[in-house]
Write a protein that binds this ligand. Structure first.
Ligand code: HEM
Length: 402
């Protein structure tokens, strides 16, 4: 393996082959300063360092936590509202208070109750797809399925979902600041309107639940509700869509793994290994050192930004044997695909359910599915967080006879 170069961090090399780039970085400079969004960040790639970092209270999400107390109150958040009010940008006690209000909706038991609805959505989407001509699986299935599910959970009307997916992609990918601000404002304005409408006409979905909780206990401001809705909508479909898309790419060429989709008890371990192997959220969002500290023997100064790479950690040979091999029989315990610690993914149970249903429905109905996009034709999103081809054309072929 050749040494890691600066090109490996967040340039064309990375978008095309993030696992290769991260592996080179982990082997040569496991804690390395790289260019990121016009500044510098420490990229942390070894499993032990990433896991410890995710649990380290000295690494805060709100950069203001790294300032001396007297400067904190007057400092600007560094992110536009409502992004600055999202769980992903907050530290305790605000983080604890807001997270506790939505945790209940995402428990494994509540999510399990959604199985039949997710199965029905998958079936409806597949029934609409042409079988004898190429179809873009990203737009017509991988994005749509989690988008419909999270929208229904929150109570977002059907007509607005495509626009939402478009804005969300702008917010997650690398793009010029003015465009980002425009997309964020557009999404926030829409959600403010939706919150106002739900106040007048509540339903039994999560957004109305958040409004009721805030009315009763005066605990959530409208800005906080909008921020939560925006985060859940984005987090709720983006990474899951990437997970479904890349799982399809992997399973099409791996007969033995794909065959496991035929027996329900083999599906959960396969999903868990796909989560480890793909790490659909490659790098956690940045954290800030609230004091001088050391990570993997490297000095990090107070105020420095730190990016913990769950993707690199999940393929660290010091933690997982032959980590680049997709092996559904391996013990995946301890993988970091959903992070670790207080910011651990709220949607883990939902992702597992959607992954199981989406992949089993697709391959069990269309066992002859093949990808028609040539690998060289695929273009990838420019994102440090997700490795995602923008489109993936497949030919479904004949439907299996029940
Ligand atoms: C394959 C799909 C997904 C993956 C790999 C994933 C991964 C992650 C990771 C690694 C984090 C922690 C980030 C950090 O510590 O900086 C996270 C946080 C989060 N995820 Fe997911 N996620 C997925 C899907 C979802 C879904 C479907 C939802 C919807 C409910 C969701 C909601 C959240 C939220 C709200 C947080 C922030 C939690 C907090 O800051 O307290 N995610 N996710």
């Amino acid at each position: 393996m050749t040494g890691s170069t600066q090109e490996d961090s967040f340039t064309e090399h990375f978008w095309r082959d993030p696992h290769g780039a991260l592996a080179r970085t982990r082997e040569t400079y496991p804690v390395r300063e790289v260019d990121f969004e016009g500044g510098r960040t420490w990229l942390v790639t070894r499993y032990a360092d990433v896991r410890a970092g995710l649990a380290d209270e000295r690494l805060a999400k709100d950069w203001r936590s790294s300032l001396p107390a007297e400067e904190r109150a007057s400092a600007s958040p560094g992110l536009p509202a409502p992004m600055s009010h999202m769980l992903t940008s907050l530290d305790p006690p605000e983080h604890t208070r807001l997270r506790s209000l939505v945790t209940q909706a995402f428990t494994a038991r509540r999510i399990a109750e959604l199985r039949s609805r997710v199965e029905a959505v998958a079936e409806e989407l597949l029934a609409d797809l042409p079988e004898e001509e190429p179809v873009d699986l990203v737009a017509r299935y991988a994005i749509t399925l989690p988008m419909v599910v999270i929208s229904e959970l929150l109570g977002v009307p059907e007509i607005d979902r495509d626009e939402f997916a478009r804005l969300s992609t702008i917010l997650i990918d690398e793009c010029p600041e003015p465009e980002l601000l425009r997309a964020s404002t557009q999404m926030a304005t829409y959600l403010e309107g939706l919150v106002a409408a739900k106040r007048v006409e509540p339903d039994d979905a999560l957004l109305s639940g958040l409004i009721t909780a805030s009315d009763e206990d005066d605990r959530l401001s409208d800005l906080e509700i909008v921020a939560m809705a925006m985060l859940l909508l984005m987090a709720g479909h983006e990474t899951t869509a990437v997970f479904i898309t890349n799982s399809v790419r992997a399973l099409v060429v791996d007969d033995s793994a794909r065959q496991r989709l035929g027996s329900p008890e083999s599906v959960p371990p396969l999903i868990e290994e796909l989560l480890r192997w793909l790490s659909p959220a490659l790098n956690a969002s940045v954290r800030f050192a609230t004091q001088d500290l050391e990570i993997g023997g490297v000095e990090i100064s107070r105020g420095a930004s730190v990016m913990l790479s769950t993707g690199a950690a999940n393929r660290d040979p010091a933690r997982f044997e032959e980590p680049d091999v997709l092996d559904p029989d391996r013990n995946t315990a301890g993988h970091l695909a959903f992070g670790y610690g207080i910011h651990r993914c709220l949607g883990a149970a939902l992702v597992r359910l959607e992954g199981e249903v989406a992949l089993a429905a697709l391959f069990n109905r269309f066992p002859g599915l093949r990808i028609v996009s040539e690998p060289a034709e695929l273009t990838f999103r420019r994102s440090v967080h997700v490795h995602a081809p923008r489109t993936l054309h497949v030919l479904l072929g004949p439907r299996a006879v029940d």
